[in-house]
Design a protein around this ligand. Structure first.
Ligand code: BEZ
Ligand code: FE
Length: 289
């Protein structure tokens, strides 16, 4: 292994890993070295560019804290998060599709009873959510755990609302015997992904928008079924086609129906116009074995 050329260095590096015990690790590392070297050759990476890349990744690491994961955000904006999900969760079109989890899920969310108001008293257009969880044959899935979380009318999650510490606009619910669940909250708004770190620099250098379309997140789990990590977007949102994290799927776009206070299925429950969001979620069984 001497006098390696710019082509010969690739098999040389891979051959140093030939004793790797775990065959999957060997496959991943071999492919990583091949693609990384091909990339460097392809763009003829200069020393200054290599140093800039190392600095970018170093600062990405330094931006991470117990509550902020800049590497996952980088994965999100490079499409890697949704690509890994697409490969790992190939579901029939009728089943509810996944989207990104995002950084705003909190373990310390309150359990709420069916139909509860989870808004925490925050101002906004009232939102009524009526959900149903079924299996691929349309049979109800009772006692499914349903996590919901969303932003407020200004696009802030509870931890970002100034002066507020407790959870709001998030809940752990459970489906009833007929597979239904529901809650009341306020209508979420579109918001920018965090742009004050290295990922923000990358987005601005590539002239990309930080704005995510408005959405309600849901995470649904039931024994014997694949977990669904998803979100529902309003059909009239202006950012549907420029989502910086590539999480929008046509099947997750819903009409957020808007009614006057005295009209529609929830008439009389509010004194102001409200939004009604209704959705059936179809779970896939876990693979046999
Ligand atoms: C979110 O929808 O909460 C989100 C997802 C990915 C990156 C940032 C935010
Ligand atoms: Fe979100």
């Amino acid at each position: 292994m001497r006098d390696l050329t710019s082509d010969g260095i690739t098999p040389a590096v891979i051959s140093t890993m030939r004793e790797t015990k775990d065959p999957r690790l060997a496959e991943i590392l071999g492919s990583l070295v091949r693609h990384l070297h091909d990339f460097v050759r392809d763009v003829e990476l200069t020393e200054d560019e290599w140093a800039a890349g190392v600095d970018f990744l170093t600062r990405t690491g330094h931006t991470c804290t117990p509550t902020r994961q800049e590497f996952i955000l980088l994965s999100d904006v490079l499409g890697v998060t949704m690509l890994v999900d697409a490969l790992g969760n190939r579901r029939p079109a009728k089943a509810t599709q996944n989207s990104v989890l995002g950084p705003y899920f909190r373990e310390d969310r309150p359990r709420h009873a069916d139909g509860a108001d989870i808004s925490g008293g925050l101002p906004g257009t009232p939102l009524f959510f009526e959900g149903e969880v079924v299996d691929r044959d349309g049979a109800p899935v009772p006692a499914a755990a349903v996590d919901v979380w969303h932003s407020d009318a200004d696009g802030h999650y509870d931890m970002e609302v100034s002066g507020r510490t407790g959870p709001a606009m998030r809940a752990l619910l459970r489906t009833d015997e007929s597979g239904h669940f529901g809650f009341r909250s306020i209508r979420p708004s579109s918001y920018p992904i965090p742009g004050d770190g290295p990922v923000g620099e990358l987005m601005s250098a590539t002239d990309r928008s930080l704005m995510r379309p408005a959405h309600v997140h849901l995470l649904i789990e039931a024994p014997g079924f694949q977990r669904v990590t998803t979100m529902l977007f309003p059909a009239d949102d202006p950012y549907l086609d420029t989502d910086p994290v590539f999480g929008v799927k046509e099947s997750l776009v819903e009409p957020y129906e808007t009614y006057a206070a005295d009209a529609g299925p929830c008439h009389g429950l509010t004194e102001v116009p409200y939004t009604l969001l209704r959705r059936t979620f179809v779970l896939e069984p876990l693979p046999a074995g």
